[in-house]
Structure formats: structure tokens, C-alpha cells
Write a protein that binds this ligand. Structure first.
Ligand code: DGL
Length: 268
């Protein structure tokens, strides 16, 4: 596989653009093909079967686009579809979840003991963070809380305001999260409210944002496989399965710059 091929990145919608943004910042020579499955958003309330089906179709699409690697920029799809995608892709191209690099990061550091995780219902129900963290370090305590209203809140543009403040305080004051020393933002939308979450804790705990950890892990992996591009990159391509103006307008928030979204039907 030539190193100048693009990296495929996908999510249920445009939340995964936070991961694409981190990859773009860290590796500006890499071309990206992004797919946001806006027709099926949100994944967080879908069944595991539906999430697996959508994810497999998208992976096939990204492979057909010539991607040299795929990043599942969605915690929900990473929780439920990563194993199936790995089997499906075999050794054709590597695939990365947003969960494993964070689990490695948290378990390599020796100062975390009571780890909080906030994520969609489907991610929390899968119990993947607790399982993976405790598989590596059985002595860790993992405090998991589903925070389903945060995705629609962010998508509707409510942050740094009274609504987000009330909702964030309500969730974070849940007894389940008492006594944590760190909090994993287990949804790729949440980096947008990172500051508000940090303000709630008044820097007493470490807020763990997956995006940069995943980008660094990806760079290391591509380097090892000699797949880092050093040529002038092709332009990024951004696709969605359902186009609306409001999705396009919101890209600025998630990717740091306004981008054009192209409608691509990949469903039969
Ligand atoms: N961005 C997705 C995640 O990281 C959540 C959005 C959704 O529910 O589709 O889990």
C-alpha cells in the first residue's frame, strides 16, 4: 500500500471530526477521507447489530476509496463493531479504535486509580472501558455513566451557556462519579465541552480527551509500517450519508474550520 494513500476516518456523524482535526494537526501531510453516517445518527441509541452493519458498510466504502488505514472516530462503533471490522478487513488494511490507545495511556500512567467514563448509552452498556482497563489492571475502579443528552445538546449548539451548564452539572454530580481522579471523555463529541467539564472539577481531576491520544497512536503505527506520507497531500474529502446545511455549518466547531460536506449514498 503506497504511503500517499489517504487515511479513512468515520463516525455516526460529524462528532468524529474532532479526531480528524487532531490527526490533521499532528500529521498535516496526511490526506483524509471522512465519512459521517448522518442518516443513522445517533449510534448511541442503536442496537449492536445495527451499529455493526453500518460500520461494516462504511469500512468497505473507505477501503474502496483506497484508504491505507481506518480510524473508527466513534466510541460507540469502536465498542461494538471493532472486532467485526478487524475480522472483515483481515490483513488488508489496519483499523484503529478510539478506545484501545486510551486504555493503554491510562494503564501506563501509574497515578490513576478511580477512573470515570462518560459516554453514550450503547458504549456504557457494552462495558468496554471497564473490561479493557481492568483486563490490564484489575485493581482499577471504573465508574461509568451514560450521558445520552450531551450529544444532542452539543449538536444543537448548546455549550458555554446555561443549558449546558445545568446538564453537565446534573450528570457530573451523579453519585456514580464520586471520588474519581480522572474522567475519560468516551464520546468524540465531548471535546467540545471539555472546558466546561474541567471547570466543574476545578482542575482537581485529569480530563482525558481521546482525540490527541488516538492521533499520536496512529502516527506511531503508521511510522512503524513505513506508511507516513512525505509528499504533498491530496485534499481531504468529507462525505455524509445525509446532507443538511446545519451539519455543514457545524463542521467549523468540530474541525476548527468550515469544510464542504458531500452527500454519498452507500446504502442499498
Ligand atoms: N460520536 C459518537 C461516539 O463517540 C456518539 C454519537 C452518536 O451517538 O452517534 O460515541
Amino acid at each position: 500500500m503506497p504511503a500517499n494513500q489517504p487515511i479513512g476516518v468515520f463516525d455516526s456523524g460529524i462528532g468524529g471530526l474532532t479526531v480528524a482535526n487532531a490527526i490533521n494537526k499532528l500529521m498535516p501531510k496526511e490526506a483524509l477521507v471522512y465519512f459521517g453516517d448522518t442518516a443513522h445518527l445517533p449510534y448511541g441509541d442503536k442496537s449492536p447489530e445495527a451499529i455493526k452493519y453500518y460500520s461494516l458498510k462504511i469500512a468497505k466504502f473507505l477501503m474502496d476509496e483506497g484508504c491505507k488505514a481506518i480510524v473508527i472516530a466513534c466510541n460507540t462503533a469502536s465498542s461494538l463493531a471493532y472486532q467485526d471490522l478487524k475480522l472483515f478487513l483481515g490483513n488488508q488494511i489496519p483499523i484503529y479504535s478510539v478506545i484501545d490507545p486510551v486504555v493503554d495511556f491510562m494503564t501506563a500512567a501509574n497515578h490513576f486509580q478511580n477512573i470515570g467514563v462518560i459516554a453514550t448509552r450503547a458504549t456504557i452498556k457494552s462495558n468496554i472501558y471497564a473490561q479493557k482497563l481492568q483486563q490490564k489492571k484489575p485493581e482499577l475502579n471504573v465508574h461509568s455513566l451514560a450521558t445520552p443528552l450531551l450529544v444532542p445538546m452539543i449538536e444543537e449548539g448548546f455549550f458555554n451557556d446555561q443549558i449546558s451548564n445545568t446538564l453537565i452539572h446534573t450528570y457530573l454530580s451523579d453519585p456514580v462519579l464520586q471520588g474519581i481522579d480522572s474522567l475519560i471523555l468516551g464520546c468524540t463529541h465531548y471535546p467540545l465541552i471539555r472546558n466546561e467539564i474541567a471547570a466543574y472539577y476545578h482542575p482537581k481531576i485529569t480530563i482525558v480527551d481521546n482525540t490527541e491520544i488516538v492521533a499520536r497512536h496512529l502516527r506511531q503505527e503508521l511510522q512503524q509500517m513505513d506508511l507516513l506520507n512525505d509528499e504533498e497531500p491530496a485534499p481531504h474529502r468529507f462525505y455524509v450519508s445525509d446532507y443538511t446545511d446545519s451539519f455543514e455549518k457545524s463542521t467549523q466547531l468540530f474541525f476548527g474550520q468550515q469544510i464542504g460536506l458531500n452527500l454519498r449514498q452507500i446504502w442499498d
